[in-house]
Design a protein around this ligand. Structure first.
Ligand code: MOS
Length: 713
């Protein structure tokens, strides 16, 4: 499929909602619940199985890889290491330059891959490969002292540092101050479906490399892999019709996709299937850095904030930089003339960190929103009122107008529905049997992104039907369904008259299902393509007529601070003798533009709030400083929130439409539900017990160690 001429791009006009706003049934639902949905590993039944061998040192060289014992195993077909794997054209990206040289940059790095006729043979073969190492002294311990590196930029292109006014002077003048340090631990994404790739190399074919991949973006995978293999992007086909979650870990290609492609190139004409194990995800699929946030808030006697300081220490890997944008939320969330934010990184001999749901906003909001709770207590102001008081009329650092900041509406609606007015201000006021009971809240926000580079095609079919094509990926979000709703409303036809094709690089290019920008970015392209169809073929296009167009964000977005907002309320119960924490109810109220599909959106919010609850109570990866790997590398020791932990969870959104954001009036919803949630729970545990825990997760022991936890002590 070759397009010689780039289609024109446009910002589509706003679409009138008829199908949008309805809970249209998920199009992939039946296939999923009946088990007929084919995930990445469920293709090519004749594929060779690949199992990777991982380094047992954190830094040094693999001096020799003895494949002979593995090759002697019946069933093992091939063993590839840095001496025998096909060469890559590019090796600048040290995460992706796998099996190209003897360097080891972290424990768990791929040093060999075994191909066999069965998974069992491949696994046993991998255990038989004998690797010798020349180990060097490694540095894997994240300490504040080690965090000295200032990255050029932080994730999503934000400046590393920002300094407005005079923070130190403002802090000195402030009547009420909070100066505290907050910490969040390592988090691992852990989607239900582990990362999996089936690769096939057919030398001389138009598309020599074909991948069935579990990814958040088929075109991004092709664009990244093609130059490594000396191919044009159009020579790599990537397919991902069903993906079992990603949370950012499948947003960028990781080394396993390269390993699978290299292995396929070594056995041309055979498919190679590489499925990472749960344990391997903890080294090879990205994760969220631990963070340390030094917060300084200064306010007058009434709680009016004049000073906001947020200095972040976190880590990256020595072989590839990823700088979590933890402090960016403190640049825009609340008023204050004097403000300083910064990020410093420790570069460690560890696995490569990457995107995890709301990178930056999750740890940043935790620090800022717990600090705000402390400021409320210090100033004697209600936490909801404190946030309302400091709601800035314009974006405080760049003085841009907001697109549609309705935090205060979320706060009011949430407080009403949660029954905030009946709250007793003083902490440690309510004991119900053996349980201390408290409530807490936090604000949420997430930037509104619309990504450039999306195209869509609309084809008129027989009988008033249409087919819409865009290379989007539905990772469980409901993209398949909402794109049909968007197309139907753009076309002015029923949703049942629209077929949607997604998840293939054969379709018009699309950006990642990430940054809460999928629906916004792809939907804008769909709307643009429908306008193009009308211009090219009129109101009643003949069957076969088709048009392709690119979508562009409204240029006025450049002059606006584009964000969504929300307010999260939580009740916590802390057992007075054991410290056990229960969260009997949570409520999130969000302002996110138009909701395209209420039932799917509700699931997104519930899932994100549950993930936020997990961050509050459980999620924590523990690295062994002796060896440099994560020891909690399974779901038995890395705890996520389960059904038993989730009680009364309520989600609500404001009725609104933001046509500055997208033609649909929608903004993104994938990530904001995780933002602020852990802070709301932490603040509720403080209100219940009077014990302020400043690092996550909020484990039972933290409430027992503190003197205030035991009455009479
Ligand atoms: Mo999400 S962390 O932007 O894939």
């Amino acid at each position: 499929m070759s397009t010689t001429q780039e289609p024109s791009s446009r910002t589509a006009r706003p679409i009138q909602a008829r199908e949008m706003g309805r809970s249209v049934v998920r199009r992939d639902g039946r296939a999923k619940v009946t088990g007929t949905a084919t995930y990445a590993a469920e293709h090519a039944q004749d594929a060779l199985h690949a199992v990777v061998v991982q380094s047992t040192i954190a830094r040094g060289r693999a001096t020799s890889v003895d494949a002979a014992p593995a090759l002697a195993h019946p069933g093992v077909v091939e063993v590839l290491d840095h001496t025998s794997a096909p060469r890559l054209d590019r090796t600048e990206d040290r995460e992706l330059a796998v099996l190209q040289d003897d360097r080891v940059g972290f424990r768990g790095q791929v040093v060999a891959v075994v191909l066999a006729e069965s998974l069992e043979a491949a696994r046993e073969g991998a255990s038989l490969v004998a690797v010798s190492y020349d180990a060097e002294q490694h540095h894997v311990d994240f300490t504040p002292e080690a965090a000295t590196h200032a990255p050029e930029k932080v994730n999503a292109g934000y400046p590393t540092d920002s300094d407005v006014g005079d923070l130190d002077a403002a802090m000195a003048e402030a009547t009420v101050t909070v100066e505290q340090t907050y910490a969040t631990p390592y988090h691992h994404n852990n989607p239900m479906e582990p990362h999996a790739t089936i690769a096939r190399w057919d030398e001389g074919a138009d598309q020599p490399l074909v991948l069935h991949d579990s990814t958040q973006g088929v075109h991004p995978v092709a664009r990244t892999l093609a130059p490594l293999f000396g191919l044009e992007q159009s020579q790599v086909q990537v397919l991902a019709p069903y993906v079992g979650g990603g949370f950012g870990s499948k947003g960028l290609p990781h080394c396993h996709e390269v390993v699978a492609a290299l292995a396929a190139k070594a056995v041309p004409g055979r498919s190679v299937k590489l499925v990472l194990t749960r344990q391997q995800l903890f080294a090879l699929a990205g994760y969220r850095t631990a963070t340390i946030s030094r917060m300084r808030l200064g306010a007058d006697r009434d709680g009016r904030i004049s000073a906001v300081g947020h200095e972040v220490l976190e880590q990256t890997s020595a072989i590839k930089e990823f700088a979590e944008q933890t402090a960016t939320i403190s640049r825009m969330m609340y008023a204050g003339e004097h403000r300083r934010t910064s990020h410093r990184l420790a570069r460690l001999d560890v696995a490569v960190p990457s995107w995890m749901r709301a990178p930056g906003e999750l740890p940043g909001a935790h620090a800022l929103e717990v600090a705000m709770d402390e400021l409320a207590v210090a100033a004697g102001v209600d936490p909801v009122a404190l946030r309302e008081l400091n709601d800035p009329p314009r974006s405080p650092e760049d003085d841009q107008p907001w697109n549609d900041r309705r935090l205060v509406d979320c706060l009011h609606r949430g407080a009403d529905r949660f029954g905030w007015a009946s709250r007793i201000d003083a902490p440690r006021s309510t004991l119900d049997g053996d349980w201390w009971v408290g409530t807490g809240m936090a604000s949420a926000t997430y930037p509104t992104y619309v990504m450039p580079g999306n195209q869509a095609r609309v084809v008129a079919l027989e009988g008033g039907r249409y087919r819409v094509e865009v290379g989007a990926v539905d990772i469980g979000t409901g993209a398949w369904t909402v794109l049909a709703q968007i197309a139907a409303d753009a076309l002015g036809c029923p949703v049942a008259s629209v077929d949607v094709e997604i998840a293939s690089t054969d379709l018009p290019p699309a950006t990642v299902a990430g940054g809460s920008a999928g629906t916004s970015s792809w939907g804008g392209a769909v709307a643009a393509a429908v306008e193009q169809l009308r211009e090219d073929h009129g109101e009643h296009p003949s069957p076969g007529a088709e048009s392709t167009a690119g979508g562009e964000a409204d240029p006025r977005q450049q002059e606006h601070a584009m964000h969504s907002f929300g307010a999260v309320f939580a009740e916590a119960r802390v057992h007075r003798w054991t410290g056990e924490i229960r969260v009997p109810r949570m409520l999130g109220v969000y302002s996110v533009g138009r909701i395209v599909n209420p039932v799917l959106a509700r699931s997104q919010f519930l899932g994100a709030m549950t993930m936020g609850l997990g961050a509050a109570l459980f999620e924590e990866s523990v690295r062994d400083p002796r060896y440099g790997h994560v020891v909690t590398q399974d779901l038995a020791s890395y705890h996520v929130a389960s059904h038993a932990d989730v009680h009364d969870l309520q989600v609500e959104w404001l009725e609104e439409s933001d046509t500055l954001a997208t033609p649909m009036g929608s903004r993104g919803i994938g990530e904001i539900g995780i933002v602020g949630t852990s802070a709301a729970v932490a603040n509720a545990t403080f209100h219940a017990t009077g014990v302020r825990v400043r690092s996550l997760p909020l484990t039972a022991d933290r409430f027992l160690d503190a003197p205030a936890a035991m009455p009479g002590r």
